[in-house]
Unconditional design. Structure first.
Length: 277
């Protein structure tokens, strides 16, 4: 199974966390890791390679010229590295691959993803409920909108229809309608021609918060969507403790939240006090 990540220096600790959770829970799979980045420092490379070596999983690190995508829109917590997944067909010879965001943890075996037949669908992904911006993105009203943080990609169809190029062109030419960077572009271009996979492979933050604790075991991939992450001060994501359990095994250990400061701590304490009144 070829598994692709896209990351940068800032997200290296979270990439390492996602990676070690994936490999530890899938020791029986032959996994080849591909990392796409504009730049990745040597100390980060060493930590990531060390994790892969620990599980006898080969890794290729592909460095891309940033100027090739520097003009594309970014906003919120999204970085330009999000667009790197659009280039995946340029670096893999395989027919299919699994793309994973770096802000997630894998909680069990994903072997069953390898049994999914994509046929002529471009990707297999998980639906994002409540989407209603079809006209903005030029989509059919019947098309669903998927989250691009976990995608089983049909590289044969991706290449044949130049999906990456079309999405880049869409984002460049229609930045005003793009809210979630390449994800909006992917949905606009694919326009419903994707296969829905079980939501357990991409349980996003709103769904995780609404989930009964008795059903936590059904979650195979916990995806920390949104701007508030489990490594931020004061966050209470249901799988926050699991994130830190894996983080402590990576070499990116931390005693305090990544965004800790006395000013933020004071603000958080004040908000907590007001919420209890």
């Amino acid at each position: 199974m070829d598994i692709v990540f896209a990351s940068n220096k800032k997200y290296a600790p979270h990439l390492a966390t996602a990676l070690i959770s994936l490999l530890s829970n899938n020791r029986d799979l032959d996994i080849f890791i591909h990392l796409l980045s504009f730049e990745f420092e040597d100390d980060d490379k060493e930590k990531i390679v060390r994790i892969c070596d620990r599980y006898s999983s080969p890794i290729s690190i592909h460095i891309v010229e940033e100027r090739s995508l520097h003009y594309l829109k970014t906003n919120l917590h999204f970085s330009r590295e999000c667009y790197l997944r659009l280039l995946v067909d340029q670096f893999l010879d395989a027919d299919t691959c699994l793309y994973l965001d770096s802000d997630l943890i894998v909680r069990g075996s994903i072997a069953s993803l390898g049994d999914i037949k994509l046929n002529d669908y471009f990707v297999g992904a998980v639906d994002t409920p409540g989407f209603n911006r079809h006209s903005d993105l030029g989509m059919k009203s019947s098309s669903r909108y998927f989250n691009s943080g976990v995608m089983l990609i049909n590289l044969c169809q991706w290449r044949a229809h130049q999906i990456g190029r079309k999405v880049i062109d869409f984002v460049e030419n229609s930045p005003s309608v793009v809210q979630y960077v390449d994800q909006c572009g992917l949905n606009a271009v694919i326009d419903g021609h994707w296969l829905e996979i079980d939501s357990k492979y991409n349980v996003q933050t709103p769904e995780a918060r609404a989930l009964d604790a008795s059903k936590f075991d059904q979650v195979l991939v916990a995806h920390f969507t949104g701007s508030s992450k489990p490594w931020n001060l004061g966050q209470d994501h249901p799988f926050r403790s699991e994130y830190w359990k894996w983080r402590r095994k990576t070499g990116y250990q931390a005693v305090l939240p990544d965004d800790f400061s006395l000013r933020k701590l004071a603000g958080y304490g004040l908000r907590r006090m007001l919420s209890l009144q």
